[in-house]
Design a protein around this ligand. Structure first.
Ligand code: NAP
Ligand code: GCO
Length: 263
């Protein structure tokens, strides 16, 4: 029988205080998992715990910076102490810096790659031994359109998300034999704080030119919402996807299939 239930599973979603991470954490909880998330500030933690409570979700929240290996090891130990060994990891925490390449400092480039590529390696490395012992595991890496495409100003982000696609395939290759499935979700353009600057109204009240550009590039004719990622996340976290491994599931309203509207 087909099984999308996450009853009895323990899930960790990095950067789950708001945005896409919040919706995915909510979805995993609604499918039956016991859920944990991390973020970097007490203020965000307190707000997120209240937001989960309002939705009737008993989420455990922790402060941890995913770029710091010691903090990640402590985070994983805390989740194991409070909820048990992690069955499902969602590497969601991420940042973007929109700076033309020749103006971008090496420090800025490194910070993006540290957060969007090195951190998923650090968190997966901390979680996989527990999954191996349990005899199963699901890792979902949040990739991007920029895992496939480039554009002006996002060199570090595209390099990191392209790398994350290949880290996904490599974790699949290395641990598929341990019954661990590692897949990616590649969201299209989703309305969250990360993309808010691209959707700001112009002084005359008209839409931001990038906002119009995305609408014309998306066959669905709209921005995605964090909720659009809930079903795909539950599928990749559940036994329904046990023979899906090393795959990137693009959830983009059709952007990658479309050449774009003729001007
Ligand atoms: P967001 O609204 O900016 O949220 C990002 C989350 O990551 C926040 O909860 C943030 O927590 C956390 N985070 C950032 N750096 C961290 C660190 N070093 N340690 C721990 N947590 C950290 O972004 P989003 O739009 O929801 O994006 C979530 C993921 O999806 C990211 O990987 C992003 O690149 C990816 N994505 C987004 C879109 C989109 O259109 N929005 C599309 C494709 C992919 P703090 O508050 O603690 O900083
Ligand atoms: C940008 C955007 C993107 C999206 C997303 C697309 O500036 O082009 O922020 O990179 O956030 O990752 O899938």
């Amino acid at each position: 029988m087909i099984n999308f239930s996450l009853e009895g599973k323990v899930a960790l979603v990095t950067g789950g205080a708001y945005g896409i991470g919040f919706a995915i954490t909510q979805a995993l909880a609604e499918a039956g998992a016991r859920v944990a998330f991390n973020c970097r500030s007490e203020q965000n933690l307190a707000k997120a715990l209240a937001d989960y409570k309002e939705k009737g979700i008993d989420a455990k929240g922790y402060i941890a910076d995913v770029t710091d290996e010691k903090q990640v090891q402590q985070l994983v130990a805390n989740v194991e102490r409070d909820l048990g060994t992690i069955d499902i990891l969602v590497n969601n925490a991420g940042i973007i810096k929109r700076i033309p390449m020749l103006e971008m400092s090496v420090e800025d480039f490194r910070q993006v790659v540290d957060t969007d590529l090195n951190a998923p390696f650090i968190v997966a490395k901390a979680v996989i031994p527990g999954m191996k012992k349990k005899g199963h595991g699901k890792i979902i890496n949040i990739c991007s359109m920029m895992s496939e495409l480039g554009r002006e100003t996002v060199s570090a982000y595209a390099a990191a998300k392209g790398g994350l696609k290949m880290l996904t395939r490599n974790i699949c290759s290395e641990f598929g034999g341990c019954n661990i499935q590692c897949n990616g979700i590649g969201p299209g353009y989703i309305a969250t704080p990360q993309t808010a600057p691209l959707r700001e109204l112009q002084p005359d009240g008209s839409r931001h030119p990038f906002d119009q550009f995305i609408l014309s590039k998306t066959p669905a004719g709209r921005w995605g919402t964090p909720e659009d990622l809930m079903g795909p996340a539950v599928f990749l976290a559940s036994n329904a996807s046990d023979f899906v491994n090393g795959h990137i599931l693009y959830v983009d309203g059709g952007i990658l299939a479309y050449i774009g509207k003729q001007p």
